[in-house]
Design a protein. Sequence first.
Length: 271
Amino acid sequence: MTAAGIVLTHHGSPRIRRHFDRLVDESGSLVTWHLVLSHDASPRPEAPFSYEDPADVMPTRYRQMAEHGGVQGGYVDTLAVPVLRGLDADHLWLLEYDVDFAGRWGDLFARFADSDADLMTTTVMYRHEQPKWHRWRAAEAPAHIPQERWVRSLNPMMRVSQRLLDAYPAAMADAAWRGHYEFTLPTAALDAGLVIEDFGGEGSFVPPGRERSVYIGKSPSGRPDDLTFGFRPVRDDYFHEKPEAFEQPGLVYHPVKPGVAAWGGTRNARS
C-alpha cells in the first residue's frame, strides 16, 4: 500500500521548514510528504500539486463554512478533503505543523503501514464516553443516526483512505449534518461502515495492545496528568531542537508552537 501526506501550516518560518525536512528525511519511502501553506481562512491553500475546487467537492459543507466565516473553528475538512484527494496514494496523511514525535518518524509510520483502516486519528470516543465535550452542543446529524453512534475525534494527526475521501463528501451532501468536523468526519465514517482506529490513546476505538502507546490524551476517564496530545500544554521547541523537553520518548506531542502564538479562548479550543 502506498502512502502520501501533507503538513498543513499557516506559517512558513525556517523552523517549521526544518521540522518538515526532518519529517521527510526520517519517513524514507513510507510516506511521500508535501508542505501545504494556508495563507488565510479560505479552504484554498498553496500546495505543490493541483486539487479540486473545494466549492465543488462538498458544496453544502462549503456553504456552511462560508457562512461561518472560514475554515477556523470546525471547517478544516473543507480544505483538507479536497487537498488530500489531489494525492495519488492508498492512504493519505495529514499532519498539522504543531505535531511532533519524540523519536524517529519512520518508526512511527511503520507501525501503521499494514493497517487498512479508513480513518486513523486521535482521541476517538463515542458521545457516552465523553458527554461533556463542548462540540456536542452544535452537532447535528441525519435522523437515522442515533446519538449513541455519534463519535468525536481530534485530528491534527490523521490518516484517511481513498474510500473515506469518496464517502465523506457524499455524506456531507445532506444538509442535516452540522457542527465541527471533529464530529462530522468520524461519525460519517462510522455510519458509512468504514473502519475507524484510534492511533493509540484510550477508548473504544483503540485496538487491543495499543493503549497509550502512541500518545497520551483525554480518555473516557478524563484528562491524565501526563497528557502529551491535546489543547494544552504548549511546547515552544520542536523535538529536534530540544529533545529533553519531551518527557516521554516514543510518543506524539501536540501542540508544539515554535515562535507561533497559541490559540486562546474557547472559540478555538480543542479538547
